[in-house]
Design a binder for this molecule. Sequence first.
Ligand code: CP
Ligand code: NVA
Length: 306
Amino acid sequence: MQDFLALADHSPQEIQSLLDLAVQLKKDHAAGGNKPILQGKALAMVFQKSSLRTRVSFEMGMQHLGGHALYIGPQEIGLGQRESIADVARVLDGYVDGIMARVFDHQHVLELAHWAAKPVINGLSDYNHPCQGLSDALTIYEHYKGDIKGLKVVYVGDGNNVAVSLMHVCAKLGMHFTIANPEGYDMLPPAIELGREFAAESGANIELLNDPAQAVQDADVIYTDTWTSMGQEEESKKREAVFPPYQVNAALLAKAKPTAVVLHCLPAHRGQEITDEVADGPQSLLFPQAHNRLHAQKALLATLLG
Ligand code: CP
Ligand code: NVA
């Protein structure tokens, strides 16, 4: 594994190995600490957007493994503006052992990976959020005790970056994936095509719907995310008018299996895509899910930088 830019680039076996390693690293951490397998290694974290989870979990992940992480905020290097992406990549190559980047345009993280000799990890782009998808798979895997083939995962809301990574990881690992999104807010057709390809290989189904009530029938996992992603702020008024029927609330949750669990990548806009009642209710896994970013990404760091 050279880079981690999209789950679509990795085989089910590679993803499963990352999950197994994440489970082990999580156990070791709970039992007193991880081995310093990244001693002397450094990760540059390039952010063009805000972050809580991605920034802190990567920084703490490097620390737990004996390495160091360097935060480079949106105002600092002006990726592609103050300096070309190709030059940034080749400069960082001489200083650090890996680069994590959160960008607007997915092409920018691809370009970074093209020019950097060191591993590049996508910490979210407009196209997908593979670190989130990997951590979500870990959360589902733990909750269902490894028995995940054939589970029904339902995403309700915008067909955004998080939806694409979730669809791809589900399809790779044999979980059925259903999305209910408003018309005009579909996932990108090439992403859907890839999802169908992976699903055909694993025996999963991909179902594209507009009706949330129909979608959540028999769901084992219900997932939602913000209606307005970072970079789409000027559309937020329009979206707030379209998306209310896609709120994950107690009435919608009641239509799923009684054992269903609820996920959200966070940050949540409580009262919009999810109610407090559901986010803080007994079926919510929101905080264990957020915490699993740390463990899943440690597996990634150990694999790519170790
Ligand atoms: N879920 C997620 O990526 O959160 P941050 O934007 O806070 O990193
Ligand atoms: N879809 C959201 C996810 C944030 C973690 C965004 O891109 O802003």
